[in-house]
Design a protein around this ligand. Sequence first.
Ligand code: GDP
Ligand code: IMO
Ligand code: MG
Length: 476
Amino acid sequence: MARVVAQVVAQVVARCDDPVRTVDFINAPRNAPGRFFVDPRLTACRTGAAMFDTKTRAIVVVGAQWGDEGKGKLVDVIAERADWVVRYQGGANAGHTVHIGDHSTVLHQVPSGILHPGVRCAIGNGVVLDPETLFEEVDALIKDGVDVSGRLYVSDRAHLVMPYHKLVDKESSASREIGTTGRGIGPCYEDKIARRGVRVLDLAHADRLRTLVERGVEHANHVLIGTGSLKRASVEHTLEALGRLAPRLLGISEDVGLAMHRALKNGAAVLFEGAQGSLLDIDHGTYPYVTSSNTTAGGAATGVGVSPRVLDECIGVVKAYTTRVGGGPLPTEYDEVMGERVRKLGNEYGATTGRPRRCGWFDAVVVRYAVRVNGLSALAVTKLDVLDTLEKIGLCTGYEIGGELVTEFPGDLAALENIRPHYEWFDGWQSSTADARTIEALPSQARKYLDRIEELVESPIRYVSVGTRRDQIIGL
Ligand code: GDP
Ligand code: IMO
Ligand code: MG
């Protein structure tokens, strides 16, 4: 590890000699009627790679809707200048897609920085780690020619997703109602909070491991009986699977909190990669239709083991419209015909489960809420190109609930049952945005739409993505 840190320091020292690349549009005064209309400053458009500078060393990327916003693509773009990319929550429920050339890679547990050869990746203590699928993913990367050796670490404190967690997740009717991914995420976090979890570091102690697994299996079987399932977890089967995977996992186990602390102290650029979306946060999302972790920015500090004070910026990723997979409210959901049309245009099928995603108009109430809860410093708007052919585009500005206009996202889902979303309507631009690389190259109607989003959600837009590929992005 000392060698790794020394290499990082050397890289950072070399990078500190670079000129500062950032033009600070975030704090720059805004021109009425909006930055995207006519702003000569924007001719100095930057690429995503210029995000880290000498002052900005720790950036958090979070989903600011219900997940699948395009975090994988953005992390891949920003990671070009990162030394480390670290995951801090969730687990194999995530599906982060990165397209390079014609090849597409879906990452579930490995951070999306792995496709940049010089970037190191870590999985923090806040992640629930499924060792079985982790190594399947790693082996697939190796097969694709990605050199992973010496570049991937897992926290010794991360909790392990056991075969019995996946079994309970799949057999539970509550999971079915929520529409979980079936990856054992909820049951594993339950065991963690109930203090009967198994951590990576336990793999090094055979007796302790057996005791913990016995306790976990006993609880899982108790739950399975409660669900009416005839399936049962087995201690021996679990220990056999862990025994097979332990040497490989212990070989990459590290005190990730300490490693990130040292890296940041030495000036390294660290990207904290969020999974899922803010509205799926266990505390701030549409409970109980949520995942079981803190997906919002606060989770980055606790999920890696660094101080919240080291986090310099938080970028929220949003689609130019809205999607969600699984149950729960989606206030701006399209009717069936429009839903099918946008699903086809945006290829909206889950990267983890293949399920069709539910689609709707951009909801500014939701994103403004995410801006507040995360303290977003900027937004990345993805999939603008998906709207290219639409005649009219709706933007939700508030909800009418019981005759009143509400613009703050409610905590009680019952309030969302009989609402009428208020929309502003925009003429579609009906031309391709896929080749735009500057904001001026976007049609004026598209800029108008982005301007209004910026205004309503109270956060500047820093990236606009117009296609799946790495180069299809506009940096502001
Ligand atoms: P994540 O979970 O937030 O990383 O997002 P997913 O990978 O699950 O889903 C986003 C999907 O949109 C992926 O298939 C991406 O390749 C794709 N995507 C990302 N940005 C864009 C974009 O700007 N335009 C289009 N058309 N697709 C995009
Ligand atoms: P990424 O990182 C979209 C959803 C599931 C379900 C709920 C709970 O790719 O954006 P879980 O398996 O976590 O207990 O399921 O959360 N969900 C996601 N939706 N993107 C994801 O990840 C998701 N991870 C979980 O569909 O509704
Ligand atoms: Mg996804």
